[in-house]
Structure formats: C-alpha cells, structure tokens
Design a protein around this ligand. Structure first.
Ligand code: 13P
Length: 247
C-alpha cells in the first residue's frame, strides 16, 4: 500500500522570514497521516529544516549534476546534505522550458542525486500542443525512459506527472485524465523495471487546490499531489493535506 504523498513546490516565492511564518502556521495544526514535503528555494531550506515539525520533509527544487568545482550559481548534493536535506525535485517543466534542461541533463541529475542517497521527485508532462496532437502518452513515456536511464536506486524515485497546460493556469486535468496518465506511467515502469513499479509513487501536479484535491487523490494510481500556488498559503496547503475531510 503506497502512502499518499502531499508535496508543495514554492517555486521562486517566500523569503526566509516568510518561510518561518509558514512553518509556525503549519506546525500548530493537526495533519492527516500522509507523507508531506515542501520544496523551497535554497535560501529557505535552513530555516524550514530547523523550524518545521520533523514529520514534514524539506526538499530543494534543483541540484547540480556535478559534485563540486567551477559551476557558478550551482548547488551540490554535498551542500544540501550538510544542511540535512535529502530530497530534491528534478526536471520540473519550468527548468526544462525556461532553463533548457534537456532529458539527458535531467537524467544526469537524477543519477547523481540518487547515487548520493537523495530521494528524487522526477517531473514529467506534456505541453498543450502535444496533447492536442494526441502524442502525450508517447511523449511522457520518452521522458520517463530517458530520465531514468541507468538509474539503479529506483526505490528512491517518485514521479510527478504535471501537464504543462495545467500548471498555474487553473485548468486542472480532469481526475480521470490524470488517472489515465498515471496508470500509463505505472505500466511503463512495470514493463521496464518489473515489480518495483508498484512501490514507486506517482503524483499529479497542475492547479491542485483545496476544492479538487480529494477527487484527484481518490484515484487508485495517483499516490499524491505536487502543489504550486496553493502550497504558498498555509491554510490552503493544510486543507489539501487533510483532503479526506472532503471525501
Ligand atoms: P500550480 O499548482 O500552481 O498549478 O503549480 C503546479 C506545479 O508546477 C507544481 O510543481
């Protein structure tokens, strides 16, 4: 049985002071028995790690594929580990589209981070034109196979399906369509890697809000959500964590 996984991605939002306010707000609440993670900007990681309840994981939103050296502006796994951070999001569509991270770069990062003992959330998802051309299943399949190529520590991997056209737009993929894609992803994992497919968690992301989280999370192959905008507000994020109250 895969435990539901509720993840927030703050993207480039919140100063350390604002992160501390959020940590205090969320620490006071009773939270359902789900796994919880917040992926925050690098500058917020330390304050969150020191102030959030220990049952909430803190993740980076990116990491270098290199160990150390002349890579201006980059952050290494060693640096993150020294702060007690062991989780990272890799291959978010904003990194792929705005910073031109190709599948091979995403793959190098996933390989490096998993070898260094990190739990990785690998993001995949198609653009609107790819979906309209009915090429989304094939597109996501390639992203998964390329992103996980030669990755040995598959038990450290979570997949997040985030259709680009649903991110930050208010256009949620219907729960049925999200489930279809997550089922497809599990199928690919099973055919490629065998039984471990049943252990790998698959999340949905894209305009998840307190009012649609319960429907999305009730689907069998959707093991959690990766929430952008609604994770910035502690009350909204708590409602998503406690989604069972809306079932
Ligand atoms: P929104 O929830 O704001 O659509 O963002 C989704 C996302 O990109 C999470 O990584």
């Amino acid at each position: 049985m895969r435990k539901k996984y509720i993840c927030g991605n703050w993207k480039m939002n919140k100063t350390p002071d604002e992160a501390l306010v959020f940590a205090k707000e969320i620490n006071e609440k009773n939270l359902d028995d789900v796994d919880i993670l917040i992926a925050a900007p690098f500058v917020d990681l330390d304050i969150l790690k020191k102030n959030l309840n220990k049952n909430i994981k803190v993740a980076a939103q990116n990491v270098s594929e290199y160990s150390d050296g002349a890579y201006t502006g980059e952050i290494s796994t060693t640096m993150l580990k020294s702060m007690g951070i062991n989780d990272v999001i890799i291959g978010h569509s904003e990194r792929r589209d705005i910073y031109f991270e190709k599948d091979y770069i995403v793959n190098n990062k996933v390989k490096h981070a998993t070898e260094e003992g990190f739990d990785v959330i690998l993001c995949v998802g198609e653009s609107l034109s790819t979906r309209e051309n009915n090429e989304h299943f094939e597109f996501v399949k390639n992203q998964i196979l390329e992103g996980l190529d030669d990755v040995e520590e598959l038990e450290q991997v979570t997949i997040a399906y985030e259709p680009i056209w649903a991110i930050g737009t208010g256009n949620t993929c219907s729960a049925e369509d999200a489930e279809k894609m997550c089922e497809h992803i599990r199928d690919i994992l099973r055919k490629t890697y065998g039984d471990i497919a049943d252990k790998i968690r698959i999340l949905y992301g894209g305009s998840v809000k307190p009012n649609n989280a319960a429907e999305i999370l009730s689907k069998d192959d959707i093991d959690g959500v990766l929430v952008g905008g609604a994770s910035l507000n502690a009350n909204d994020f708590i409602k998503i964590i406690n989604y069972k109250e809306n079932l």
